[in-house]
Write a protein that binds this ligand. Structure first.
Ligand SMILES: NC(=O)c1ccc[n+]([C@@H]2O[C@H](COP(=O)([O-])OP(=O)(O)OC[C@H]3O[C@@H](n4cnc5c(N)ncnc54)[C@H](OP(=O)(O)O)[C@@H]3O)[C@@H](O)[C@H]2O)c1
Length: 244
């Protein structure tokens, strides 16, 4: 994909990886629209980055997904890149958590249902453009799950499979289907845990090299090693992140 002159929607663009992608794509001469739940965060970013557009809404809710689709239709019908990045991670033991059903529903709604639904709602716009792309942000945890976040790991494994299947569905179309598979990245999501974290900017560097070259799976940082290890020593590799 070309790196400038695009119209790009980045969900979860108000923080961490999404914000780093938004800043870089703005610098490269793209129209960028970011979404998030916090109006305060979005307004602060709007003041810092002239020209960036924002949409505020919780994407776990159908009404907000439909409003976002309408916003794109009315304001940015030339949308040609959708980056499904918004996500949350809950760490808990299933048998010790209060209000467990609501928590499971919310995590799956944010991490899995929202990207699938938004992809479906915005595909007509993407298919109308000469060059377009969908980029889903999964996780190394789809290859090697950790003990403390079973629902999160399941959501990312499912998102990975959805991405592959979508790629098959769109292989005759003009829409490229990309996936970013991050290692541990230094963002608010990982505050206070983990070592040797990569900066969000490093992730953006690696992803943009792959995106430009048309390489549809971006294994970031040590996820490249994990992927190789899974081939030669699958049991060892699968348990590597167990206590991460
Ligand atoms: N950081 C890592 O090590 C790592 C590793 C692998 C994968 N990932 C994935 O990378 C993506 C970005 O993570 P991050 O580390 O950058 O996290 P982050 O800094 O916590 O940012 C998450 C973003 O998603 C938005 N968001 C969350 N739930 C939402 C919802 N229901 N509706 C709308 N927006 C929502 C947040 O908006 P508000 O703040 O306004 O709520 C925020 O902009 C996630 O999908 C995550 O699973 C991260």
């Amino acid at each position: 994909m070309k790196l400038s002159g695009n119209t790009i929607l980045i969900t979860g663009g108000s923080s961490g990886i999404g914000l780093a992608l938004a800043k870089r794509f703005m610098m490269l001469g793209n129209q960028v629209i970011i979404s998030g739940r916090s109006a305060e965060k979005l307004n602060r970013i709007k003041n810092e980055i002239p020209g960036i557009a924002t949409f505020c809404g919780d994407l776990s809710e159908k009404e907000n997904l439909l409003q976002l689709q309408k916003f794109i239709q009315d304001e940015f019908p030339h949308l040609n890149i959708l980056i499904n990045n918004a996500g949350i991670q809950y760490n808990y033991r299933l048998n010790e958590e209060r209000d467990i059903l609501a928590k499971i529903d919310y995590e799956l709604a944010c991490n899995l249902n929202a990207p699938i639904k938004l992809t479906s709602l915005l595909l007509p716009f993407l298919e109308n453009q000469d060059h377009s792309a969908i980029v889903n942000v999964s996780s190394a945890l789809f290859m090697a799950p950790k003990k403390s976040a079973p629902v999160y790991c399941a959501s990312k494994a499912a998102l990975h499979n959805f991405t592959q299947s979508l790629r098959y569905q769109l292989e005759e179309s003009k829409v490229e289907v990309h996936e970013i598979i991050p290692a541990l990245i230094d963002t608010p999501m990982t505050a206070g845990r983990g070592k040797s974290k990569l900066s969000p900017d490093k992730l953006v560097d690696e992803f943009l090299d792959n995106f430009k070259a048309g390489k549809e799976e971006s294994f970031i940082g040590k996820t490249k090693l994990l992927r190789m290890l899974l081939r030669v020593a699958p049991r060892k590799a699968q348990s590597l992140l167990k206590d991460a």
